[in-house]
Design a protein around this ligand. Sequence first.
Ligand code: ASP
Length: 305
Amino acid sequence: MTRPYTLLIHGGCEGITKDHYTPESQKAHLEALGTSLAAGRRVLDSRGHAVDAVLSAVRVLEDCPLFNAGRGSVFTRAGRIEMDASVMNGENLGAGAVAGITCIKNPVLAAGAVMKKSAHVLLMGTGAEAFCKKQGLEKVDPKYFHTVERKKEHLAGKALKGEKYGTVGAVCIDGQGNLAAATSTGGITNKQYGRVGDSPIIGAGVYADNSTCAVSCTGQGELFLRRVAAHRVSALMAFKQLSLADAVAEVLESIRDLGGKGGMIAVDRTGQVCLAFTTRGMFRGLVREHQPARVAMFGPPGTWA
Ligand code: ASP
């Protein structure tokens, strides 16, 4: 028996206020979110697995230069781009991630390859890149990821905190009731080279378990790491019987207690969804089977464009 699927995506949550975006730029971002949902929906309409839906949706956002993942990623202080990504399969707790990669076109597909084709969960740097090459993943010149906008931010020496977090992610429950989550990022503008945030860390920036929920996070990675944020949502549901919305709210509150902000998208095993953020906006999108896709960028969380 199948049930209706649900797919949610995000494209980061910091600095999303009306004065930061021209109407043209708003339109471009919302369209990109729509394209990402459409890619995930195609997989689900052909009865694909939740894992493949989140990989497809995130891949589109990585290819789009407007978000801080894949092409359009932020620069390290040393002037390079180092990307992190992860994916998790709630059906069997399979997980894959890469950290600090510089030349693989789609970091989320690299994470998928680690999950599906290696005996490991997390590969980093040149070792991860060599593995991806062996798997036939597309390699590009590191300059492919450069965009004028990010370069400007880098050269302006933007601070590590309070800058735009444009990390991307997706969570899904498919027609068979399987959950999956994926997250991909360039990290934080002018980060120390070698810095790894929460996005590729299973349990921090991503988590999926068919018995509870699937979660993808965005925000100040160091705090999501210290709270083991994504897994904490799942744990609150499993051990304290909290609803998805209450669990997400509690975890975002715990991030706030540490002095930080952020956002999460999540879906539980019954198909309940939660898109929440403690910033003023979050690029976000939602599609349910047989229903039109919805996208938004400004707050509050329940608002749609
Ligand atoms: N969480 C990401 C990181 O710290 C940043 C973001 O969400 O934009 O790398």
